[in-house]
Design a protein around this ligand. Structure first.
Ligand code: ZN
Ligand code: ZN
Ligand code: FE
Length: 765
């Protein structure tokens, strides 16, 4: 016994509700150790006794094979005076008010549950709500903390004896799995047809749904974080009917297929893309479509890409089960009306989706927090998150410094908000475009929910400088009524800081070059910024260069009409509105006269340095698109035209702070006269921006010896631009930071706002 030792181990991170204590228990048994494990309000605590070699093996297991959903943020083990225990046991929790536990996102069904789902001998055979500690719903069903069944939407379902026995058994995969359920005691499916008023339950409901889908009908399906609208992706009529009923022109629909092999029939899939598709988060992955894929062109009009995801719930696997008469690929698009948030409550589904769906597949497990599907794309061999939601939120992002408790309200479009405490930043799931009452209500409800879940009462509120953003108004109002300090952050400074925080750059006063290329952001001079070269850090920034101001005549009308943006750019550059340019002929003579007057008199013409608008202008001049139906459409379509073998480019002119595109337009129009193909023009324009980035960075390096470059802003969702620019900068020994955990678009803004507010506060105090 002399050689025996005791160790006290403390672990923080996502270690509760993910099978951590059974994991500890099982390994303690395996190595013949005694002692105990218990949940505390900040993680898990273990006291364990045994031979030193066995203790070391035990500790090694946390590194080599932790439970799949666990995330260890801090691990400490110290030797303590030897204590003898009769056995190893799991003790009751030790809560501590004010502390918090990170909450796991909802995770796709695990392999074990998937096997049981299709095993005729298992008592959960074909049960659509099978789950265990390694998988299933989490964030979407939690009402309040602690994460215990009575505080989730599973409270309505008392466990049967079998489930209870598994729940109580430390060696069972379902030990303390809060959503555990079976056909006897858990939620059930129901099918309701609108066409013939028929209803069905359980397996019959599933089969009725499959029959409807096979017949080309549109079904509203209740999922994990909200409703989907589903139909056969090969059925032209079904897809265009869905598009018409949803009033959604051109914006692509997401697709679901049962396995990678099926997706491979329609799209090219790299190893990185396959890994992302089959990851536990199961995001939508944007893939390059194969020519003549046979899917309805109505799925993603004018696009060469498709957004695919694999099934992520047991219900999806049952729904997608391959059969000769059943569609291989389903459209699975978020159920909402145009710009409203995703529908997640049953009453809402019946009232709002009544004119869209032919039938409903619902269930009686309530969704407490709505969460959309996440959207990702592999760019330059790295996964980039374009919409951070299901599977990722509410995972915390570790900050490189300690922060006070802050609420950052985020931006207007693709809104997410961020709450911080200690060195954790909780970036919310995707809320949506904060342009209507429904979305604002979803935003406010989610803020309150996150504050409760993570025990945060903000002392500081950060928001965008834009006076008319609903999120900014909300922030100002709260700061006033609760007497909190308010920090207003310039939009592109927030982008820069978001990328620094995303990469865990310490706050060491080192300045970086920020190439912040974006659609729209309110500038400190009241203009609309977006083609910004900032030099700065968390605390402040200098606007070193920006695209020349061009009047955005007509505001919103201009944003929806790239032709007008193009003509405005030509006007600014003093170039004629030549009839060889499709953007000129797009407008009739009268419209041109009105536009010219607006520009010359400066009526309703806000100056903008937007890089997004520069891409719109180029797309219109090249003849890619004159009107858009959603943000970024023209740029997306121009990007996919790019001839990868073309390496010509056009020069920008730098003078003072300005990046003047006049010579780019001159050269492009000249190429147009030569009859050069669109694909070459698109490539030359992209190359021009890539060359500009290098030129600017070299200029700044020669002036200020700065070597680190940050790429952030919505324009960096452009795969061609991102890849070429990174390559070009790295070839010239620049260090390049891009987004890893949060989107480069405005979905990442709140993280930057929070980081800036945290550092400003530190300077003050
Ligand atoms: Zn499982
Ligand atoms: Zn049961
Ligand atoms: Fe932005």
């Amino acid at each position: 016994m002399q050689s025996h030792q005791s160790k006290k181990i403390e672990i923080n991170g996502i270690v509760q509700g993910v099978g951590f204590r059974p994991f500890v228990y099982a390994h303690a048994q395996r190595f013949g150790l005694t002692g105990w494990v218990r949940n505390t309000s900040h993680g898990v605590e273990i006291l364990v006794s045994g031979k030193p070699a066995d203790l070391n093996h035990f500790i090694k297991e946390f590194e080599t094979s932790p439970p799949p959903l666990a995330r260890i943020d801090h691990f400490s083990a110290e030797t303590t005076p030897y204590q003898a225990f009769p056995k190893f046991e799991i003790l009751a929790s030790q809560p501590n008010p004010g502390d918090f536990i990170p909450i796991s996102p909802d995770m796709s069904i695990c392999e074990d549950c998937q096997r049981e789902l299709f095993d005729p001998n298992d008592f959960r055979y074909r049960y659509p709500f099978i789950n265990c500690t390694n998988c299933g719903p989490r964030f979407t069903i939690i009402k309040i903390i602690p994460y215990d069944r009575p505080y989730t939407t599973m409270a309505d379902f008392p466990m049967c004896e079998t489930c209870q026995a598994e729940y109580n058994d430390p060696l069972n995969r379902r030990f303390h799995a809060q959503p555990v359920a079976c056909p006897d005691c858990g939620p059930q499916l129901a099918f309701i047809s609108k066409t013939d008023q028929s209803e069905a339950m359980g397996e019959d409901a599933l089969q009725a749904t499959r029959q409807y889908l096979a017949d080309g009908k549109i079904i509203a399906i209740k999922g994990l974080g909200g409703y989907h609208l589903a139909c056969d992706a090969k059925n032209e009529v079904a897809v265009s009917t869905l598009r018409n009923r949803k009033k959604r022109s051109d914006k692509p629909f997401a697709l679901m297929a049962n396995d990678i092999e099926t997706i491979w029939q329609y799209c090219f899939i790299s190893q990185e893309e396959e890994n992302l598709l089959s990851s536990r988060q199961r995001p939508i992955v944007i893939l390059d479509q194969k020519p003549d894929s046979g899917l309805s062109p109505q799925i993603a009009p004018f696009q060469t890409t498709l957004g695919f995801m694999l099934p992520y719930t047991p219900l999806h696997y049952l729904l997608m089960e391959p059969a000769e008469s059943f569609p291989q690929v389903l459209v699975m698009t978020s159920a909402n009306l145009s710009d409203e948030p995703i529908v997640y409550q049953d009453e809402d589904a019946f009232s709002r989706l009544g004119n869209i769906a032919d039938a409903y597949l619902i269930h009686n497990r309530e969704i407490y927090m709505r969460v959309d599907d996440s959207v990702t794309r592999v760019m330059n061999h790295q996964p980039v998150i374009l919409r951070r939601s299901r599977g990722y939120a509410p995972n915390s992002i570790r900050l490189p410094f300690q922060t006070p408790q802050i609420l950052a309200a985020g931006a207007e479009l693709k809104n997410t908000f961020c709450l911080t405490r200690e060195d954790y930043a909780f970036l919310s799931h995707h809320i949506g475009d904060l342009e209507n009452l429904e979305t604002l209500e979803a935003f406010e409800a989610a803020v309150v929910h996150y504050q409760h879940l993570f025990s945060i009462s903000p002392q500081i509120i950060a928001a965008d400088l834009h006076p008319n953003y609903l999120a900014t108004r909300y922030a100002k109002q709260r700061a006033e009524t609760e007497n909190l300090s308010l920090v207003l952050v310039q939009h592109h400074h927030a982008h820069l800081a978001a990328c620094l925080a995303d990469n865990r750059r310490p706050d060491d006063n080192q300045r970086v070059i920020g190439l912040i290329f974006d659609g729209t952001g309110y500038g400190s001079d009241g203009a609309i910024w977006g083609g910004e070269v900032l030099i700065g850090n968390y605390q402040n920034y200098e606007r070193r260069y920006h695209l020349s101001y061009t009047p955005l005549a007509g505001g919103d009308l201009a944003i929806k009409t790239p032709a007008r943006v193009a003509l405005s750019h030509l006007w600014r550059a003093g170039l004629p509105w030549d009839d060889i340019l499709p953007c000129t002929t797009e407008l009739c003579m009268e419209e041109r006269t009105v536009l010219r007057n607006q520009l010359e008199l400066g009526i309703n013409a806000v100056p903008t340095s937007s890089m997004g608008r520069l891409f719109d202008a180029a797309a219109a001049m090249i003849g890619v698109r004159q009107k858009v139906n959603y943000e970024g459409q023209a740029a997306i379509e121009m990007e996919q035209l790019v001839d990868p073998l073309e390496n010509g480019s056009y020069p920008f002119h730098l003078h003072g702070q300005e990046i003047d595109p006049t010579p780019v337009w001159e050269a492009l129009i000249n190429d147009k006269y030569q009859g050069i193909h669109q694909a070459v023009l698109a490539a030359r324009f992209h190359n021009s921006v890539t060359q500009l980035c290098l030129q600017i960075c070299q200029q700044i390096r020669s002036e200020q010896q700065l070597n680190m470059v940050v790429l952030s802003g919505g324009v960096w969702q452009n795969k061609v631009l991102l890849k070429n620019t990174i390559k070009n900068l790295k070839n010239h020994q620049f260090e390049v930071l891009t987004h890893q955990q949060v989107p480069p678009n405005d979905g990442g803004i709140a993280l930057g706002q929070a980081a800036i507010a945290a550092r400003l506060e530190q300077i003050r105090s």
